[in-house]
Design a protein around this ligand. Structure first.
Ligand code: GTP
Ligand code: MG
Length: 198
């Protein structure tokens, strides 16, 4: 199945988000965890979402339309210690407001480094999604780096989240088809009431 996507806009504040009826699936996670790379792998277009070797690349909400009823949203990462305080605070507010108030949001793909596992931020994000009734999809990223023992340790490492992680690698393609199929299920759920005002 294909997932043809087109970049629509970047928003640096909630007001800049598109007014449309599309259901949105957002990609959240620590800076440098691989959100933009995973999004590119899912749509099969290298460079659609910008990637960087240095953390803190994505600093706005980036909206990509997919088909007639779906959108993917690349979110800025959190937890990048070297970012200027004011910029980090602006991004934290942008992220919090989007996750708390965006009506179009139906699912949150939470990316976590497969070798690192969830921390306090991820437990908070998971709780916030659950409170709102937003589906939570947990993805363990960069699985191409895992040695056998590390791979075996993933379930225990992710156990605090209660949601089983999907293993994925943007580099070698592991788990990408499976995740793409899962996301496409949301394409049928468009027209979420007054979503256009969210
Ligand atoms: N080995 C490996 N490296 C990856 C993978 N996915 C991403 N990377 C690398 O990790 C770095 C960060 O990737 P990004 O996709 O920019 O990460 P991000 O989460 O969007 O980062 P921010 O926008 O800063 O929040 C880049 O150097 C990528 O090439 C993966 O599956 N395997
Ligand atoms: Mg990014």
């Amino acid at each position: 199945m294909k997932l043809a996507a087109r970049f629509v806009t970047s928003a640096f504040a909630a007001e800049g988000s598109p007014r449309w009826e599309r259901v949105e699936i957002a990609f959240a996670g620590r800076s440098n965890v691989g959100k933009s790379s995973l999004l590119n792998a899912l749509v099969g277009v290298r460079g659609l979402a910008r990637i960087s070797r240095t953390p803190g690349r994505t600093r706005s909400l980036n909206f990509f339309e997919v088909g007639d009823s779906l959108a993917l949203v690349d979110l800025p990462g959190y937890g990048y210690a070297a970012m200027a305080h004011a910029e980090a605070a602006r991004i934290a507010t942008l992220l919090r407001n989007y996750l708390a108030a965006r009506r179009n949001l139906v699912a949150l793909v939470m990316l976590i480094d497969a070798r690192r596992g969830p921390g306090a931020e991820e437990r908070e994000l998971a709780a916030a999604a659950t409170r709102r009734g937003v589906d939570l999809i947990v993805v363990a990223t960069k699985c191409d780096k895992l040695r056998a023992a590390e791979r075996a340790a993933v379930p225990a490492l992710f156990a605090p989240l209660a949601v089983k992680p999907m293993l994925a690698s943007a580099r070698d393609g592991e788990g990408i088809d499976q995740l793409r199929r899962r996301l496409l299920h949301y394409a049928g759920r468009a027209g979420a009431g007054d979503a256009a005002r969210g």
